[in-house]
Design a protein around this ligand. Structure first.
Ligand code: ADP
Ligand code: MN
Ligand code: MN
Ligand code: MN
Length: 363
């Protein structure tokens, strides 16, 4: 049986330094319960997205991850795509392909999982919600996880977005009002449900789809969504994309504690490389204030919100589980953050292990 529907093809463009979402829709004839590869490939004008020159402008869209389209309703889909060159090779802006390669190298046994906490700021008429046109609201303190019209600004959208994510079938874990007025957070990741996919590739795809849904819902309110790292200078919190990360080894009841320790040691050695890929303008946010660690320092700690890497208290008590990388900015690309983590924690450790074996053999 085939059914007809509309499909919103979604991809990442070539905007620098932060890639933006683009999309366009088309009619599709589909089998029941379609998979990503039931959707036809498509193309677009790369000269209008910073991805090609005008005289050779065709870029290809390869469907890789689908979800239900909560706005158009049943039988309609969101189709996240990778961008390919005309010859079928990954476009240089396609960091998903890089993550796929990294995961192949890490091997099936690594089983890296991710949970992303996406903070964002809502704007109306050029000011964050809750900020008067002139001047400033009362200092931070009452806004985080607040309720009430004088402290929580934009809940209609945060809620509409959560509902859209649920209807789309994304692994949304929760939402909360943040420390700065007009700032909110949603999480995509592990929800403790058996057999629900939580691998870093799926979660990264879903984070991009959830960002798309957020911006789309915001259109109806006439509000702008900002993923800026530090929307307001001064004594106002920035916005991050804390990345919770675990592997088969860190989740292991017996070896988990040691695996977490060596993961953190490996991350400390690559701090600068990772900062370079964790979002544009990170220096404005990672100041050492407002629950961050300075950009030029690497520190880890249990329950420490001023550290680069935090071990949640519950994980420390259990002795195994996940770590929280608090460095990525709200504008970070989850594909690139996941690539850094997998490379360093799953592959770097393998290499280091081989090197130390070789050194021992040579002694
Ligand atoms: P915070 O206390 O830092 O605000 P949140 O409650 O916002 O934390 O988010 C916790 C995140 O941790 C969620 O995105 C969840 O999916 C993720 N998470 C929980 N367990 C794991 C795990 N074993 N591996 C990876 N991520 C995990
Ligand atoms: Mn959180
Ligand atoms: Mn937060
Ligand atoms: Mn967090």
């Amino acid at each position: 049986m085939t059914t007809n529907g509309f499909a919103e093809y979604i991809w990442l463009d070539g905007t620098e330094p932060t890639q933006q979402l683009r999309s366009k829709a088309r009619f599709v004839a589909l089998p029941d319960a379609p998979a990503a590869n039931d959707f036809p490939g498509w193309g677009f004008d790369g000269s209008s997205t910073g991805q090609a020159a005008g005289d050779d402008s065709d870029c290809l869209l390869e469907p890789v991850h689908i979800a239900h389209d909560p706005r158009r309703g049943k039988g309609n889909y969101l189709v996240l795509c990778e961008v390919l060159n005309a010859d079928g090779t990954p476009h240089c802006t396609n960091h998903r392909a890089e993550l796929r390669r990294t995961l192949d190298t890490a091997g099936a046994g690594a089983q890296p999982w991710a949970g992303f906490e996406q903070e964002y700021t809502l704007y109306h008429a050029g000011r964050p919600l809750g900020f008067p046109a002139d001047g400033y609201p009362a200092p931070q303190g009452p806004y985080y996880c607040s309720v009430g019209a004088t402290t929580a600004f934009g809940r209609e959208l945060a809620d509409a977005h959560a509902r859209a994510c649920l209807e789309a079938g994304l692994s949304i874990y929760g939402i909360n009002a943040e420390v700065m007025p007009g700032q909110w957070e949603f999480q995509i990741g592990y929800r403790g449900i058996d057999r629900e996919p939580v691998d870093v590739l799926t979660m990264s795809d879903q984070l991009w789809l959830a960002r798309f849904l957020l911006m789309h819902e915001a259109e109806r309110f006439g509000w702008a969504v900002s993923f800026d790292n530090k929307p307001m200078a001064g004594d106002w919190n920035g916005a991050g994309m804390h990345t919770n990360f675990s592997t088969a080894q860190t989740r292991d009841r017996d070896g988990g504690q040691d695996a977490l320790k060596s993961a953190i040691a490996a991350l400390s050695r690559r701090h600068e490389d990772h900062i370079a890929r964790y979002g544009a303008g990170l220096a404005d946010r990672l100041t050492g204030l407002h629950e961050t660690c300075r950009i030029d320092e690497f520190r880890s700690g249990i329950a420490d919100r001023g550290a680069s890497i935090r071990i949640p208290a519950s994980v420390a008590v259990k002795g195994h589980g996940y770590l929280e990388d608090r460095r990525p900015g709200a504008n970070a690309d989850p594909y690139q953050v996941a690539t850094c983590l997998v490379e360093t924690v799953c592959i770097g450790r393998k290499t280091e292990h081989l090197l130390s074996e070789r050194a021992t053999a040579a002694e």
